[in-house]
Design a protein around this ligand. Structure first.
Ligand SMILES: [Zn+2]
Length: 91
C-alpha cells in the first residue's frame, strides 16, 4: 500500500510545480505589460528640415504628406517654401 502514497506524493509535487510555474508565468506576463506601457514614452526622434537643413524634434514639427511619406519642417515658412518648390517642379 506504500506505493500509493509515493505516487500521490509525486503527483502532488508535479501539480505543485505546475501551479507555481503557471502563477509565475501569469505574474511575469502582467509585469511585462506594465513595463511595456511604462517604456512607451520614447524620446522624440530628430528630423531634418529639407529647406533650411535644420534638425527639429519630430513631435510638434510642421509636416507635409508627400506620396504617403511625411516631410518635416522647422516652421510654417519652410513648409510654404517647400510647397512652392514642389508646385514649380511639377509645372
Ligand atoms: Zn526650416
Amino acid at each position: 500500500m506504500l506505493w500509493r502514497f509515493i505516487v500521490l506524493g509525486v503527483l502532488l509535487v508535479i501539480v505543485y510545480f505546475m501551479v507555481k510555474s503557471a502563477l509565475q508565468g501569469l505574474f511575469g506576463k502582467s509585469q511585462d505589460v506594465t513595463r511595456s506601457v511604462g517604456t512607451s514614452g520614447r524620446p522624440s526622434e530628430m528630423v531634418q528640415d529639407p529647406v533650411c537643413g535644420m534638425f527639429i524634434p519630430k513631435e510638434g514639427a510642421y509636416f507635409l504628406e508627400q506620396s504617403g511619406q511625411r516631410v518635416f519642417f522647422c516652421s510654417e515658412t519652410c513648409r510654404a517654401n517647400y510647397q512652392k518648390k514642389l508646385s514649380s517642379a511639377q509645372f
